[in-house]
Design a protein around this ligand. Structure first.
Ligand SMILES: Cc1cc2nc3c(=O)[nH]c(=O)nc-3n(C[C@H](O)[C@H](O)[C@H](O)COP(=O)(O)OP(=O)(O)OC[C@H]3O[C@@H](n4cnc5c(N)ncnc54)[C@H](O)[C@@H]3O)c2cc1C
Length: 476
C-alpha cells in the first residue's frame, strides 16, 4: 500500500502515547493519559470536529455526515445494519444518552471467556464517568407519550420496568439525539472527556485516519491520512469495526468474537397522535426479560424508541403493505426496541483492504427475537393500541399475539447500535487490554469488550478505558 502524504495535521509527529479514536473508549483513555503525561498525548480521530451549530437536525444532511459509511454500514449479506459514528466524540455524538452501570453478572461471564472484569473494583471509575457525564434519572415530566405508553403496557402486565438514566443535563427534549445535540446539552464525549483531555495537554487531531501501525526502532508508527505519527504507546479505540481492521492491516490477528445487541422494533398504533419524534426518544426500559441485575429472563431488554421520519421509513420492510399507508400512521405510533444479548458470534475480516462484517444469527437469537415480537405485541395491546406493527416482512400489522411464521434472516428488519468485540479481552488482548507480544499496544474501546453485555454500553466502555489507562500508566 502507498501511504498518502497530505499536509501535516500537526507539526509535532512524536508523542509518548497515541490514542486512536475519540469515542466512549478513546476520550476517557486520552484524558487519563494526558492527566499523567500532558502534552505527550495525541488523540487521533478520523472524523471531523463538529459543534452545536453544525448539527442542523436535517436527517439527509446529518446522517451522511455523522455516520460511518454514511449510515449504510452493515454485514456482507445485508441482513444486519451496524450503526456507528465518525466524528470527534465517536458514537456518543449520535447515541441516545442512556446510561447503565455495568451489570454484576459480567464478572462470572467474562471469567469464563478468559477475560477480566471486577465490577466492584471498577465502581470508582464508573463513578468518575457518571460524574463527568452528569448522569441522572430522566424525570417523570420528561417522559414523552411514546415512552409513557411502553411504561403503561408494562405496568398493566405487571412487568418490571423503569425510567432510565441519561447524560443530558438541561435537555430541551427536541428529539434529535441521533443527529448530534444542537444545544450542547447531551454530554457526549466531544463535550465531556475530549475537552478534559485537551485541558490536560492532549493534542486533538481530527480528520486523521489511521490506516495501520508499524513497529520501527522500538516505537510504534501510525501511518495515517495525514502522514506518520510515532509513539511509545498506542491505545486503539477506533470502535468495533475499525480497531480490528487497523490490527489486521498491521499484521496482528484480530476480528473474531464480535457480538452485538440484536435490535428489532415493534410499533403500537394508537387512535390519538403519539408524536414520539417529539421529546426524549428513549426514556423507559422493561427489564422483565433481561438476564442481568438479578433478572433471570431469556436475555433481552425492551426500550421505548422513537426515530425521525427518514430513520423510521427504512424500518418497516413489509410485503403486501403500502409503504405510504405505514408512513401515514407515523404520528400515531409508539416504538419499542429489543436489545437481545446475542448468542451469535461474528467476524471482521479484510476484503480489498476494507472491513467485511459477517454476523450469522444463531437459532437462540432468532427465538428471542420472536419472543420479543410476541411480548411487544402484548405490551402495546395492554396499553390500548388498536394494533401493532412488527418490523417483519411477512407479518406487518397484528391485533393479537400471533407467532411469526418464519424467523429466517432477511425476513425482518434488524440492526445494532451496540457492537462489541473483534479485539476482545482474552482473545486478541490479554485479560485487561494489552496486546500480547506487542509492547505498548493496548485496546480500550468497545472492541475489547468480549461479549454483548446486556445493557447500553457507553458507561461500561468508558469506565473500562479509564481503568485500562491507569494500568497502562502503571506499566509504563
Ligand atoms: C444510534 C446509537 C445509539 C446509541 N445509544 C446508546 C445509549 O443510549 N447508551 C449507551 O450506553 N450506548 C449507546 N450507543 C452505543 C455507544 O455509543 C457505543 O457503544 C460507544 O460509543 C462505543 O465506543 P467506542 O469507543 O468503542 O467507539 P466509538 O464511540 O464509535 O468511537 C470510535 C471512534 O474512532 C474513530 N475512528 C474509526 N476509525 C478510525 C481510524 N482508522 N483512525 C482514527 N479514528 C478512527 C471514529 O470516527 C470514532 O470517533 C448507541 C450507539 C448508536 C450508534
Amino acid at each position: 500500500m502507498t501511504t498518502p502524504v497530505p499536509p501535516p495535521a500537526s507539526p509535532q509527529r512524536r508523542f509518548k502515547a497515541l490514542v486512536i479514536g475519540s469515542g466512549a473508549g478513546g476520550a476517557p483513555a486520552a484524558t487519563a493519559l494526558a492527566e499523567a503525561w500532558g502534552e505527550g498525548v495525541a488523540l487521533l480521530e478520523a472524523g471531523p470536529h463538529l459543534h452545536a451549530r453544525d448539527f442542523t437536525q436535517v436527517e439527509r444532511e446529518m446522517v451522511p455526515r455523522l455516520y460511518a459509511q454514511g449510515g449504510v454500514q452493515g454485514t456482507e449479506d445485508g441482513v444486519l445494519s451496524l450503526l456507528q459514528a465518525r466524528t470527534v466524540g465517536g458514537s456518543t455524538v449520535i447515541n441516545d444518552a442512556l446510561c447503565f452501570r455495568p451489570p454484576p453478572e459480567l464478572d462470572a461471564r467474562w471469567k469464563a471467556l478468559g477475560a477480566h472484569i471486577d465490577t466492584a473494583a471498577l465502581a470508582p471509575f464508573v463513578d468518575r464517568v457518571e460524574e463527568v457525564l452528569q448522569v441522572r434519572e430522566i424525570r417523570r415530566d420528561q417522559i414523552n407519550r411514546a415512552n409513557y405508553l411502553v411504561g403503561l403496557g408494562a405496568a398493566r402486565l405487571g412487568w418490571h420496568g423503569e425510567r432510565l438514566r441519561h447524560n443530558s443535563v438541561g435537555c430541551v427534549q427536541c428529539g434529535f439525539r441521533h443527529l448530534g445535540c444542537a444545544y450542547d446539552a447531551k454530554q457526549s464525549m466531544n463535550l465531556s472527556f475530549v475537552p478534559r483531555a485537551q485541558a490536560a495537554g492532549a493534542q486533538l487531531l481530527p480528520e486523521v485516519e489511521v490506516h495501520h501501525l508499524e513497529r520501527r526502532g522500538g516505537a510504534w508508527v501510525a501511518l495515517t491520512s495525514q502522514g506518520a505519527f510515532a509513539a511509545e504507546h498506542v491505545v486503539l479505540c477506533a470502535g468495533v469495526v475499525q480497531t480490528p481492521t487497523i490490527l489486521l492491516r498491521s499484521g496482528i490477528a484480530a476480528g473474531d468474537g464480535v457480538q452485538v445487541h440484536v435490535q428489532t422494533v415493534a410499533w403500537g398504533d394508537f387512535d390519538d397522535p403519539v408524536d414520539g419524534f417529539n421529546g426524549i426518544p428513549m426514556a423507559y426500559g422493561v427489564l422483565e426479560f433481561a438476564d442481568i441485575y438479578g433478572h433471570t429472563g431469556p436475555g433481552y431488554l425492551i426500550e421505548g424508541v422513537a426515530v425521525q421520519p427518514l430513520g423510521f421509513s427504512v424500518q418497516p420492510q413489509l410485503e403486501g403493505l403500502g409503504h405510504d399507508e405505514v408512513l401515514g400512521r407515523y404520528r400515531h405510533l409508539s416504538g419499542a426496541v429489543s436489545l437481545v444479548r446475542s448468542a451469535s458470534r461474528g467476524r471482521i475480516t479484510l476484503k480489498d483492504d476494507r472491513p467485511a462484517i459477517t454476523y450469522p444469527l444463531v437459532e437462540a437469537d432468532l427465538q428471542r427475537l420472536a419472543h420479543f415480537y410476541d411480548r411487544a405485541t402484548e405490551l402495546y395491546l395492554a396499553a390500548g393500541a388498536s394494533r401493532v406493527l412488527l418490523a417483519h416482512r411477512h407479518v406487518g400489522w397484528v391485533d393479537r399475539v400471533t407467532p411469526v411464521p418464519t424467523m429466517d434472516p432477511g425476513t425482518f428488519y434488524v440492526y445494532t447500535a451496540h457492537p462489541f468485540g473483534g479485539a476482545g479481552r482474552g482473545l486478541v488482548t490479554d485479560e485487561v487490554g494489552r496486546v500480547p507480544g506487542q509492547p505498548g499496544l493496548w485496546v480500550l474501546d468497545g472492541s475489547a469488550v468480549p461479549e454483548a453485555i446486556g445493557v447500553n454500553p457507553q458507561v461500561t466502555i468508558a469506565a473500562l478505558a479509564l481503568e485500562g489507562a491507569a494500568r497502562l500508566i502503571a506499566d509504563a
